[in-house]
Write a protein that binds this ligand. Structure first.
Ligand code: EPU
Length: 428
């Protein structure tokens, strides 16, 4: 097991490049199951969630080859094998295997997904969609069993706006007979990316990126080549760390439109932000104004940036309120930030941040992916050395983080943990 060590206070300067989007990648890889010939995806991030999913495809008979940042999945010899346990538990996005395998094989057995603990994360809307398409869905001993004689297009209204349910229903519906209409669909850019891949494979999808998606089912989907979109959450994390500890940082390979809510909030704090076609420059501000944020579905402020943004707010001069309307318990980073001297309290779904505070290096633990990002940013801002454990969460979603931060002049390195330290951690 590893830990990250960060010596804080080094001014960050230069260019940092964003990788392909994790939350697209984890849907694009299962989508390849639906093709009848090889699919190549360019620009996948080097993260453990990608490795877990390609491993799962190999388990069910796919041949996966990777070269120069692209992978090719040959889905021709896949079989509908049950995946009740093992790797499916490692990440939330293994639920996309349900939609994709149901679409191709009309049956699937998939263990209930894992992923970050952010409060209740039900999948009732996914199941509602599969049932509307004609599948019988049961939950037996921690695994979801799906079976359909035939999938038939349907009109599906999502009671909760859900990224996962929207994509999962799309995956199953592209090969259903007739027309499917998803109403109250999520509008995140990752949904458009998955729809673009499916369309290149031969699917007929209209309206991805709006709240009504129309799909005409087709009998066959074939292989193609697809380039993934840049990761807006990784880009946002870099923008926040640049605002927190930078002296002029250019974030490269971004779609600035995807980050408008964050850009607006950074500007409101007094941070200079300049946007280009594929780059965003974050300048230095000595005094930061407090702001309130409320997480919302896209294009609102993303919940995935709430935790990193909270760290930045510890520098603001006054009180800021952070409210997460998407997840009720996405506040596990707060206790750790307090260990670093932050003045934050949690009340219900809000965190109240009082600043400015000069954070102090400490030993902290990342409980989930974005909490990890929040603590790394805190380490970069802090006086002294910060040790972050729970690095495996960070590795699920941030590609080559140490190398990228070192490129900006940060003092960050990985260290293995001694047996004594691991023992202590397991009992703490
Ligand atoms: N929800 C339901 N029922 C459902 C599905 C969702 O009640 O059937 C609720 C959830 O509990 C949550 C809200 O709806 O309160 C939104 O959940 P959504 O389904 O949109 O989330 P998700 O698809 O499971 C994806 C990202 C998350 C990101 C959310 C919100 C992936 C693999 N994960 O999760 O990313 O926070 O959308 O934008 O795409 C992360 O990257 O760190 C991460 C957690």
């Amino acid at each position: 097991m590893e830990k990250l060590k960060i010596a804080g206070g080094y001014p960050l300067k230069g260019t940092i490049k964003v990788s392909g989007a994790k939350n697209s990648a984890v849907a694009l890889i299962p989508a390849t199951i639906l093709a009848e010939s090889p699919v190549t995806i360019e620009g996948l991030p080097e993260i453990s969630d990608v490795r877990t999913l390609t491993g799962l495809l190999e388990e069910i008979g796919a041949t996966v080859t990777s070269e120069d940042g692209e992978i090719t999945v040959d889905p021709r010899h896949m079989i509908s094998m049950p995946l009740p346990n093992g790797r499916v538990k490692k990440l939330r996005a293994s639920y996309y295997l349900m939609g994709a395998m149901l679409g191709r094989f009309k049956k699937a057995v998939i263990g209930l997904p894992g992923g970050c603990h952010l409060g209740p994360r039900p999948i009732d809307q996914h199941i509602k969609g599969f049932e509307a398409l004609g599948a019988k869905v049961t939950n037996e001993q921690g695994a979801i069993y799906l079976r359909a004689d035939e999938l038939k297009g349907a009109r599906i209204y999502l009671d909760v706006v859900s990224v996962g349910a929207t994509i999962n229903i799309m995956l199953a519906a592209v090969k259903a007979k007739g027309r499917t209409i998803i109403e109250n669909a999520a509008k995140e850019p990752e949904i458009i990316d998955v729809a673009t891949l499916l369309t290149n494979m031969g699917a007929k999808i209209k309206g991805a990126g709006t709240d009504v998606i129309r799909i005409e089912g087709v009998d066959h989907l074939s292989g193609c080549r697809h380039t993934i979109i840049p990761d807006r959450i990784e880009a946002g994390t870099f923008m926040i760390l640049a605002a927190a500890a930078g002296e002029g940082v250019l974030v490269d390979n971004v779609i600035p439109h995807h980050l408008e809510s964050l850009t607006a909030k950074l500007r409101e704090m007094g941070i200079p932000v300049e946007t280009g076609d594929e780059q965003i420059f974050i300048g230095k501000a000595d005094k930061l104004k407090p702001v309130d944020i409320k997480t919302l579905v896209y294009p609102g402020f993303p919940t995935d940036l709430q935790q990193p943004f909270t760290t930045l707010l510890t520098r603001a001069e006054g009180t800021s309120i952070v409210t997460d309307t998407i997840y009720s318990a996405r506040f596990k980073h707060i206790d750790e930030l307090r260990r670093m001297s932050a003045n934050i309290k949690v009340e219900g779904r809000s965190a109240i941040v009082n600043g400015p505070v000069r954070l102090q290096g400490a030993k902290v633990k990342a409980s989930d992916l974005r909490a990890g990002a929040a603590l790394v940013i805190a380490g970069l801002m802090a006086e002294g050395v910060t040790e972050v454990t729970g690095v495996e969460h960070i590795d699920r979603g941030y590609s080559c983080l140490v190398e990228k931060l070192t490129g900006l002049g940060a003092a960050v390195w990985r260290e293995g943990m001694s047996e004594k330290e691991m023992e202590h951690l397991n009992h703490s």
